[in-house]
Write a protein that binds this ligand. Structure first.
Ligand code: ATP
Ligand code: LTN
Length: 337
């Protein structure tokens, strides 16, 4: 057998919070790419419910949200037989490893995280310790699986950088323990950061209180078209990509993703036409792309037994890998196994 074919595949890890129905930003920046990596890599994907606890959740709705996020991830193309797809809290190694990593993460490092600064401003009444140490739990997620690559949107780059720093620090003290991971982020014209439809300088986010700001991947076609028609652009009536035209550029990126067209091709297609035609075309391309995902999602949600079978098996497979790392970490630290 040729050498290359016996070589092990590299490992990918990524996670998403069950804080709401996924947005078009989550899909384009992250989950869509997860599906596309399943052949080339051994992939481990996770619904990070413990991370979502940094914001107060209503238990009944939260339980349902965790399940629906699991089903949505599958509907976006993650095959639970090809990849490991599990729920973070069902594997106790994550919280266990996070504690250890907390002790190798500096206060100053955590204070510099922009997500911490943003979220503490958004939830000024609940700036809890979990919000602060969120990045070391994320580092645990990644490092437990010895992941080489972490496909995320642009906003998570800083957290992956910190993960690398923590792992390098730990390896420096105890010898080779963790693989140092790299983030995989789409190019800016391929959806690294999809912007809010109402404020093109702000990222589209699941927890944005303005429903017109984001497209949920479960939005029906008429709602999608309506939101795109009311998307904030500029007064120039010129479909062009570049600085100063953030609103239009954002719509062009989205259209490019779903039609395979380049920015130049899109500019040519809409040359001399107003924004009305353009916005309708973008909305239609999104509605068409999301329709099969929505069908699969509703089918999965109607079969709770199958979902449960998938997430239990996912947790079992995840634990078999993370347990080995946990043992290694404890041994290196001098803890008694
Ligand atoms: P929340 O609003 O609750 O903070 P979120 O929408 O920011 O949630 P996360 O669960 O934090 O979503 O992120 C899941 C993945 O989606 C991450 O890889 C993140 O980088 C990516 N992502 C989130 N928003 C966008 C966006 N607007 N454009 C591109 N990628 C995004
Ligand atoms: N912090 C991420 C979610 C997340 C994650 C991870 C992403 C938690 N653990 C591990 C990649 C790898 C976010 O999107 N806010």
């Amino acid at each position: 057998m040729p050498e290359a074919s016996v070589q092990k595949k590299k490992i990918v890890f990524s996670g998403i919070q069950p804080t709401g129905d996924f947005t078009l930003g989550n899909y384009i920046g992250a989950v869509r790419n997860w599906g596309r990596m399943q052949e080339e890599y051994d992939c481990v994907y996770c619904i990070v419910d413990l991370h979502a606890l940094t914001v107060r959740q209503e238990p009944k709705a939260f339980r349902e949200r965790i399940l629906s996020s699991y089903a949505l991830t599958m509907a976006c193309g993650i095959d639970p037989e090809k990849s490991i797809l599990f729920i973070q809290s069902q594997n106790p190694h994550h919280a266990q490893c996070a504690w250890v990593l907390d002790c190798y993460t500096q206060f100053g490092e955590l204070s510099r995280m922009t997500q911490f600064k943003d979220k503490s401003a958004q939830h000024a009444d609940n700036v809890n310790a979990g919000l602060f140490t969120y990045p070391s739990l994320m580092a645990a997620d990644i490092l437990l699986y010895q992941a080489h690559a972490v496909p995320v949107g642009d906003d998570q780059k800083q957290h992956v950088e910190l993960t690398r720093d923590i792992a390098t620090r730990f390896n420096g003290v105890y010898g080779q323990t963790f693989v140092i991971p790299e983030s995989i982020i789409p190019k800016s014209n391929e959806g690294a950061r999809i912007m809010s439809l109402q404020d093109p300088l702000k990222k589209m986010s699941k927890s944005d209180p303005n429903p017109k700001a984001g497209i949920s991947i479960l939005d029906p076609p008429d709602a999608i078209l309506k939101k795109f028609r009311s998307a904030v652009t500029d007064s120039e009536a010129r479909v062009a990509y570049g600085p100063g035209k953030e609103g239009v550029s954002n719509l062009m990126v989205i259209y490019g993703i779903f039609t395979g067209k380049t920015m130049a091709e899109i500019e040519a297609e809409f040359a001399g036409k107003g924004y009305g035609d353009f916005k309708t075309a973008v909305g239609q391309s999104v509605a068409d792309a999301l329709s099969p995902i929505q069908d699969t999602y509703h089918r999965l949600m109607a079969d709770r037994g199958y979902l449960e079978q998938c997430y239990r098996e996912g947790a079992r497979r995840a634990m078999a890998i993370s347990g080995k790392t946990m043992d290694k970490v404890h041994k290196k630290l001098g803890l008694i196994l």
